[in-house]
Design a binder for this molecule. Structure first.
Ligand SMILES: *Cc1c(COP(=O)(O)O)cnc(C)c1O
Length: 466
């Protein structure tokens, strides 16, 4: 399996090279040359697999330059840190199903991909003796999950940029209390989008990127998307009754379009078993407006109770665009140029029919989010975190009788205690791992959201790669 760029300028590369490249050198995003499809027989055989075994089966379709034994070791190591035996268990709650993705070490779904990516980076670097500096922007959860994935790893330094005072206290502490010498937290004066823009700009400085062997942990890294494909198929296998014609819907709280794009790939792999993906946004409704109105237009970021989705530029959108345009990189290039110049794109009706058969969308307001947490707690005694609540609200809106609606639970409610308290009058109990954070020493650098300032800091604290 080779990988190509959405902008078509990169000559096809291997999986390992794809992981190391992160953002494509032509400014695009990397994708497999073909999406493998899984036949009915194979799919039935997958029903008997554990999560780890299924991950191996899925990964093996996309990774041809690592031996299966090595992939298996990586998977086993990565999911040993999860506290639930099923890794991503599914539970029925009234009319819907909840797919719990928060049983990893930082209690958000990003651990599923970042535990794997951290180990993968370490193995690939050990193979070649190289070193790397990871640079990433976070709206809260990616940072802690990425840091947790690589802390203490020999050949890697990690620089994580979060928007100063715009992440929850727990999220901040989960990052800044990791004081391993290879971990550097940077709080920028600005929003997540500012952080993401700075990171993209630094990655686009190819000589800097090369000089410091910059690696990416944001969902622009294909390995993250790949790791997330697994739980869609796993949940489908668990919930759909025997047979390929049985369909389920998924509702996905969305910010950067990464998680839901993994659902799109899963759907392309297993066919009509995944019927519809519900794209749920908070009040930052860029993606919902795209699906509903055919307009992709930059807005200004609003702070909400689901900060990991306070995003107005969805970096993975370009991957979907590539497929929407029938895999024509020229059209992607033109659109991206147009978007960079004008901050908006609009799509014709015929194309929107395709989009709307792939996705249904809803933007969920702050009062709706809080009301959903409250109602769900009253009905089921189950506490939703605000991100999950956004997905549940949209899932309930589009649920159809006879089609199971699986809502992705992307974070443990204790990470967002203040919002939960607003809804149900009390904070969820803090798991021990979070409770002890407040007593730990912390470390963080506050900088302006300027590429030059960030580059200087990286240069001063990087692993020497040459
Ligand atoms: C990152 C995150 C999301 C959004 O995921 P994307 O891949 O950016 O769409 C949703 N919920 C939580 C808790 C997150 O951390």
């Amino acid at each position: 399996m080779k990988y190509i760029s959405t902008r078509g300028i990169v000559t096809p590369i291997s999986f390992k090279e794809t992981v190391m490249m992160g953002l494509a050198t032509d400014g695009g995003l990397l994708l497999p040359e073909v999406i493998p499809s899984v036949g009915e027989t194979e799919l039935s055989a997958w029903r008997a697999l554990s999560y780890q075994e299924l991950a191996l089966a899925v990964f093996s379709l996309f990774i041809h330059d690592l031996p299966p034994e090595e992939i298996k070791k990586l998977i086993d190591r990565s999911y040993a840190s999860f506290t639930h035996p099923f890794i991503t268990p599914v539970f029925r709650k009234g009319a819907i199903f909840i797919l719990e993705l928060f049983h990893g070490p930082t209690l958000a779904f990003k651990d599923v991909a970042l535990q794997f990516l951290g180990n993968l980076f370490a193995d690939l670097l050990a193979e070649t003796g190289a070193k790397m500096n990871i640079l990433g922007a976070t709206s809260g959860d990616t940072g802690s999950a990425a840091i947790c994935g690589v802390r203490g790893k020999e050949r890697i330094n990690i620089f994580i940029i979060h928007p100063h005072k715009r992440v929850s206290l727990i999220q901040e502490l989960q990052m800044t209390t990791v004081t391993d010498p290879n971990v550097f937290n940077i709080a920028i004066r600005g929003t997540f989008d500012d952080g993401q823009a700075v990171v993209k700009e630094i990655f686009n400085d190819l000589s800097f990127k090369q000089q410091y062997s910059l690696g990416s942990v944001n969902s622009i890294n294909w390995a993250r998307v790949l790791a997330q494909v697994v739980y869609y198929i796993y949940a489908w296998l668990k919930i759909s009754p025997e047979g390929h014609s049985n369909v389920v819907d998924f509702s996905v709280p969305t910010g950067n379009f990464g998680d839901i794009f993994a659902g799109y790939i899963a759907r392309r792999m297993i066919g009509p078993g995944i019927r519809r993906l519900v794209l749920a946004t908070n009040e930052n409704d860029l993606l919902a407006r795209f699906v509903i109105q055919g307009e992709y237009r930059l807005g200004t970021v609003k702070q909400t109770s689901s900060p990991s989705m306070d995003i107005q530029v969805a970096s993975n959108f370009e991957r979907y665009l590539y497929y929407l345009y029938g895999e024509d990189p020229r059209m992607v290039r033109e659109d991206m140029k147009r978007f960079a110049a004008s901050g908006s794109l609009s799509f014709p009706k015929e194309l929107m029919k395709r989009v709307q058969s792939d996705f249904a969308a809803k933007s969920v307001s702050e009062p709706e989010t809080i009301a959903t947490i409250k109602a769900f707690y009253q009905e089921h005694g189950y506490i939703l975190d605000p991100h999950t609540a956004v997905g549940v609200k949209a899932g309930l809106t589009f649920r159809q009788e006879g089609v199971p609606m699986i809502c992705l639970a992307t974070a443990h409610p204790a990470k967002f205690g203040a919002a939960v308290k607003l809804a149900i009058g009390k904070e969820p109990e803090l798991p021990l791992s979070l409770a002890e954070l407040t007593h730990r020493p912390s470390r963080c650098e506050i900088l302006d959201a300027q590429p030059e300032a960030i580059k200087r800091f990286i240069a001063d604290h990087a692993q020497r790669t040459q």
